[in-house]
Design a protein around this ligand. Structure first.
Ligand code: T46
Length: 136
């Protein structure tokens, strides 16, 4: 499984750092929605779903967390701990987010508006969506 991690260009000077993200330039899709999670409790694991068509870039803009990516045949764990790094998560990829530091802010840039119908929340349905037979 190929993990696509973007390293964004920080514009630093003696005042600090600034990262700017533009659609189709730094981000490979049109950004229709931005959301972020924070105050994540200790030991919390989120996600447990895939998307039918949504593409996203996950950026831990403060603190750290880990992302489990699972394409149905292979799993990879990607640590996110730099505010200038973004993880691309395409459609049909099972994802779980965990190991949040108490100060973690995980920001997500999404290619579509929120649509519950785009979620695949059942793991067997996810395998079926990817054309994988259970136990393969
Ligand atoms: C994903 C991972 C990385 C909204 O009302 N609008 C939104 O845009 C989103 C993302 C969520 N919500 C509501 C729906 C739920 O009542 O916020 C609540 C928490 O959402 P959810 O349980 O889906 O959160 P996660 O952390 O399991 O998953 C989220 C995204 O939903 C998902 O697309 O890929 O982050």
């Amino acid at each position: 499984m190929k993990v696509i991690k973007y390293v964004f260009q920080p514009h630093g000077d003696d005042r600090g750092q600034l990262v700017a993200l533009e659609e189709f330039k730094d981000i490979p899709f049109s950004i229709k929605r931005v959301y972020y999670m924070y105050d994540t409790g200790e030991g919390v694991r989120r996600g447990f779903h895939a998307h039918k068509s949504l593409e996203q870039i996950l950026i831990c803009i403060h603190g750290s967390c880990k992302i489990l990516l699972d394409n149905g045949t292979e799993k990879k764990v990607v640590p996110l701990e730099k505010p200038y790094e973004g993880l691309y998560v395409g459609n049909s990829m099972w994802r779980e987010m965990y190991d949040f530091s108490s100060d973690a802010v995980l920001m997500v840039l999404a290619s579509e508006l929120y649509d519950e119908a785009d979620y695949i929340r059942n793991y067997d349905e996810f395998l079926e969506f990817n054309g994988i037979k259970k136990g393969e």
